[in-house]
Each structure stands twice: as structure tokens, then as C-alpha cells.
Design a protein around this ligand. Sequence first.
Ligand code: ADE
Length: 226
Amino acid sequence: AGLRIDIISCVPRLLDSFFDHSILKRAKEAGHAEVVIHDLRDYSTHKQKQIDDYAFGGGAGMVLGIETIARCIRSLQNIRIYDEIIYMTPDGERFEQKVANRLSMSKNLMILCGHYKGIDERVREHFITKEISIGDYVLSGGELPAAVVSDAIIRLIPGVLNDETSALTDSFQDNLLAPPVYTRPADFEGWKVPEILLSGHEKKIAEWRLEQSIKRTQARRPDLLQ
Ligand code: ADE
């Protein structure tokens, strides 16, 4: 039961600590999701565990080769069927909430993190089923992007969040930003919490929150309302 994500990386240490903490750790303990990190180097057959090589045609620095990646992907495919084999890359499809929603319904996902100047194009052509970018900026590897995508997906799995409805009220879930929230004290040095939230009128509070969401979206992200 639960979603399994296999992440292939040549710097696996970057990911270990992230998945051993917070929400993701609890998700694992409760059986909702499991993330397994694989060191690409373990699949190299070279004497020095080499995984990259010079680019054909010159320039561009080192490129991750297809042989080691193919061995790694195929060994995982021998054990389970993957809904998607994802490559993290700045020229992929832009990651957004709708993509996270869709991916959170998967059984098995594989995520390949790129590094250096890229990976042999034939990997993308023949193994990868989905390419994702987390935004229009270039990071030095796909590890942080893979962690971002995994976090966004796992927190959507029913039961992972304490309050099961709370992912439904996230920003972006209805193309609206989330409304402001407050906690005690109701008055901090004269800065007061909006009266309506203290009133106990559930319906009025829901209306106020929707109104605030719309106002905030109009002010900050009018593009979402198109
Ligand atoms: N690898 C490097 N930069 C990236 C980005 N912006 N999104 C996904 N993968 C990446």
C-alpha cells in the first residue's frame, strides 16, 4: 500500500537527510509513502565507478552516460511497474499543483536527477516518460528539484497530513491563493485579529476567507484568475 518513489542520483547524500525528517518521515512510518534513494555509481561497471564521459563533438563538459543509467533503470523495472519515469531538467514541463495532484495518484514513480552538463539524449528518448522543471532557473543538479516534487506529491496522499482536509485548502488548489490565518493572542500590542474570525459564525467565516482569497489573488497573482 502507499506510493513508492525511487530516486536515482549521483549525489545521494544530498537527499538522505531531507527524507528522514518531518512530514515525509511520518508518511513513511504510517505506510503512506516510501522514498528509496539509489546511488547511480552503484550501477557502474567501470573500475573507477565512472558514470560520466566527454561529450561527442567536444565542449559542454561531462555527460552522464546511457549504460549505467540503463542498468539502473532496468534493474528497478524488473521489480515493479512504474507509472512514470521522470527526469528533472530545466527544459521540462513546468511543475505546478495540477501536476502534483495527478502524480499523487500513482503507485510507483521513478525520478532521475541530472547533473553536470546533462545526460545522454538517448536516455531521455527511450527511458524517460515525463520531464519536469521546477522553474525557470538552473540548479547544479536535479536533487533539490526531485525533493521539491516528492514533497509536493506526498503531502497530498490522504492521511499524510494531520487534518485530512488541509491540503484541499492550500494555495493554488482552486487557482486561488490561501487566505490569511491567525492564532492567539487576539490582540498583540494593539494589532488585532479580524473580528469575524472570533465570532464563531462558521458560514460568515467561510465567506470571509473566500473573499480574502480572491482579493489576495487579484492583488498578487492576477494571472491565476484568467
Ligand atoms: N535541474 C537543474 N535545474 C533544474 C530545474 N530548474 N528544474 C528541474 N531540474 C533541474
